[in-house]
Design a protein around this ligand. Structure first.
Ligand code: CMC
Length: 428
């Protein structure tokens, strides 16, 4: 190997593959000619070593525990920015100037309503339906109300579709929640900012004046920022893969919602709280549950621990942990689940099994505790994650289409039966 290429010796021949440079972090080997030249393909289950694209949106270093949005460290963004500005940053690549910010915010407000027919769709779901399933269906249904395919060569059309998606999705998230609670559907209030508007739409009771609690709004804003993008994770890769077939934005985002739902991904925030409640009910012996997580014959995993890329503290978890302490303090909430979470974290971080495998608390370990303190029901946690991740999905979808990435179509190594003749049913 030299600096800019890798040499592969195979079958008595030598092949050269160029190295693709990065601005920071992993460089890659461009193997696009590998199969043509050698007849070989690569095998990388779970894509642990595979770069699926070249991106300029988010950078993370899992060993150092660093996360940057468009070059800005997450710590600065979480402290100084707000969710609307972060959405603009992810979509457009730069922090907005004042007039760009107000134009972006005003456009979102312009689309701040959802067609009444969509409400009828909500009515057909049983109240017991999981909100993520409802959200995915409603997101896909947006296509029916906006059937024109986006011409990605037109910046105007692309921005219009992105802002429309952002405006409507907050309604779908709020309505999904209200459905589970049996509450009437609310409409947006354009005097409020994006997060306040969502909060009011979701949580306003029909028989009470609604007051925006600034502590709750600030906490929600921070959580949404921390979830806004995370490069090529499972749901984002799904959005890019679906979009690579030139499927529309709304249908692509709907597939991202479904991918996020899984307990190994965004669904972990719900799974963490359910686990903490289970441990509490079982008497609160965290050592017993840590032992179960280590036992290979026991299917139990410590939810909220471990990450595909972070082999150090998830920087988002550090920020959330501090926010959880602040919010519980400000709201005067004592939460047994938080005590158990602290004990679990301590035991696990000192345990050889977790140290050896570099398993640290991830973003979902603490987010559920904050959501719970804010009065959000457990089944809604992943919907909150989806609302946060939306700008990342859109930014990645736009980037993929604008760069003209080809349709995603992995290959496989086939180990099934060899060619054989069909046997008639009577002779099997
Ligand atoms: N509890 C116990 N053991 C674990 C855990 C855990 N939470 N996570 C990983 N391990 C072990 C695993 O058994 C394996 O051990 P061994 O080498 O002896 O076979 C080793 O650590 C490596 O695990 P892996 O499953 O190969 O790692 P991965 O990169 O494929 O999986 C993960 C990453 C996040 C799916 C996994 O750590 C996990 O299941 N964590 C719990 C679910 C969770 O919290 N998910 C949220 C992720 S962060 C937010 C998001 O992305 O949405």
């Amino acid at each position: 190997m030299s600096d800019n290429k890798v040499i592969l010796n195979y079958d008595g021949k030598s092949f050269e593959y160029p190295i693709v440079d990065s601005t920071i972090g992993d460089r890659g080997i461009d193997i696009s000619k590998l199969r043509d030249q050698t007849g070989l393909i690569t095998l990388d289950l779970g894509y642990k070593n595979t770069g699926a694209t070249i991106s300029e949106i988010t950078y993370l270093d899992g060993d150092k525990g660093e996360l940057f949005y468009r070059g800005y460290p997450i710590e600065q963004i979480a402290e100084k920015s707000n969710f609307t500005e972060v959405m603009y940053l992810l979509l457009h690549g730069e922090l907005p100037k004042a007039e760009q910010f107000s134009s972006f915010e005003n456009n979102i407000k312009k689309y701040n309503f959802v067609a009444d027919e969509l409400k009828k769709l909500i009515d057909v779901f049983p109240r017991s339906a999981h909100p993520m399933g409802v959200l995915s269906s409603l997101t896909s249904a947006l296509t029916a109300f906006n059937p024109k395919a986006v011409d990605v060569k037109s910046k105007e059309e692309l921005d219009y579709a992105s802002e429309l998606m952002i405006a409507k999705f907050s309604h779908l998230c709020a309505w999904t929640y209200r459905k589970t609670q049996g509450l009437p559907i609310n409409h947006g209030d354009n005097s409020l900012n994006y997060v306040e508007n969502f909060y009011k739409m979701a949580f306003r009771l029909p028989n009470e004046e609604f007051e925006l609690d600034p502590v709750v709004v600030a906490a929600l804003d921070k959580l949404l920022i921390l979830h806004a993008d995370h490069e090529q994770n499972c749901s984002t890769s799904t959005v890019r893969m679906v979009g690579s077939a030139h499927t529309g934005l709304f249908a692509s985002i709907s597939s991202g919602v479904s991918a996020l739902w899984g307990p190994l991904h965004g669904g972990a925030n719900q799974a963490v709280i359910e686990m903490l409640e289970l441990i509490e009910k079982d008497g609160g012996d965290v050592n017993k549950w840590v032992a179960k997580a280590k036992d290979k014959n026991d299917g139990f995993r410590l939810m909220g621990f471990g990450h595909r890329v972070y082999k150090n503290f998830d920087p988002r978890a550090k920020i959330i942990k501090k926010a959880a302490d602040d919010i519980l303090g400000k709201l005067g909430i004592q939460d047994k689940a938080l005590d158990i979470a602290m004990q679990l974290e301590k035991v696990a971080l000192e345990d050889e099994y977790f140290i050896e495998r570099k398993l640290y608390p991830n973003v979902d370990f603490y987010s559920g505790i904050i959501y719970r303190a804010l009065g959000i029901p457990t089944e809604m946690f992943t919907v909150m994650f989806a609302l946060g991740r939306l700008p990342g999905w859109i930014a990645q979808w736009r980037e993929m289409r604008l760069k003209g990435d080809p349709i995603g179509r992995p290959r496989q190594i086939y180990q099934g039966s060899q060619l054989r003749d069909y046997v008639d049913i009577a002779n099997r």
